[in-house]
Design a protein around this ligand. Structure first.
Ligand code: IPE
Ligand code: IPE
Ligand code: MG
Length: 250
């Protein structure tokens, strides 16, 4: 199933956001502050993921999407990249059975061709195993870039319609890598930076943004609740006026 752009219908912000997308930032600074190597921050970051997945499930979030490795993160020192890949593999090895038992559907999106064959195979297996689960859909964005996503969608669309010269948004959207999910309602970035860093560029068009200074390893269920509370105070208008929305409700 593909979703209509969420900008078509105004969701009720009083309820829990259906889809939360997170840039998990600040692992390195969390570790440096404690005189630890950066990788210790990444390891602690995995613990935070576990907690937030659990908290999202109990709060009734349907889709949780987390940015684990950007297409730009290859620019980091080679040893940090290697350690991040190793952590990713270990986390998959350790967590997939538990996720499956918790009815979680796991998706990994991004340009996976750059990962080594073993990791690619583990990813495919994890997705296959959890494909029919009906609980939380957890998407991990790995070697993901918003521009990459749009371009791969354009290329798929072109391949499907050779010779066509113009396309509509509705023809492109089903080819985006997260076409199985509604667009995010709430975006959270930890670590204090206020930027999108080439995350879901297309899908974030009308998402409510929430930035916090908290480093990702310190982000817990209470912090998630604060972000959801902030979301619940927003008025999503998608171009309309407040008066129009009030008229719709009454
Ligand atoms: C986010 O934390 C994790 C990844 C990008 C993999 P960082 O590693 O960017 O942490 P800081 O921003 O250096 O503190
Ligand atoms: C963004 O974090 C990517 C991930 C969290 C995976 P970065 O810390 O790499 O972002 P920039 O490059 O500093 O904006
Ligand atoms: Mg960072």
């Amino acid at each position: 199933m593909t979703f209509l752009s969420s900008t078509q219908a105004v969701p009720d912000t009083l309820s829990v956001p259906r889809h939360i997308a997170i840039i998990m930032d600040g692992n390195g600074r969390w570790a440096t502050k404690r005189f630890l190597p950066r990788v210790a921050g990444h390891a602690q970051g995995v613990e935070a993921v576990r907690k937030i997945v659990e908290a999202s499930t109990t709060r009734g979030v349907e889709y949780l999407t987390i940015f684990a490795f950007s297409s730009e993160n290859w620019r980091r020192p080679a040893d940090e990249v290697t350690l991040l890949m190793r952590l990713f593999m270990t986390a998959l090895e350790r967590e997939v059975a538990k996720m499956h038992a918790n009815n979680i559907r796991l998706k990994i999106v991004g340009d996976l061709t750059r990962f080594d064959k073993k990791l690619q195979e583990m990813i495919a297996q994890a997705e296959r195993k959890t494909a029919n689960n009906k609980g939380l859909t957890l998407t991990i964005c790995a070697n993901y870039g918003g521009r990459w996503d749009i371009m791969q969608a354009v290329n798929k669309m072109l391949a499907l319609h050779p010779g066509a010269t113009t396309f509509s948004e509705d023809e492109l959207a089903p080819h985006l890598s997260m076409a199985y999910a509604p667009e995010p309602d709430l975006f959270i970035r930890t670590g204090g930076e206020e930027r999108i860093s080439n995350f879901l560029l297309w899908q974030l068009a009308y998402t409510e943004l929430f930035f916090t200074q908290t480093y990702w390893p310190d982000f817990d269920a209470k912090a998630l609740d604060a972000a959801i509370e902030s979301y619940q105070q927003r008025e999503r208008r998608f171009g309309r006026t407040s008066a129009q929305l009030a008229a719709q409700v009454s």
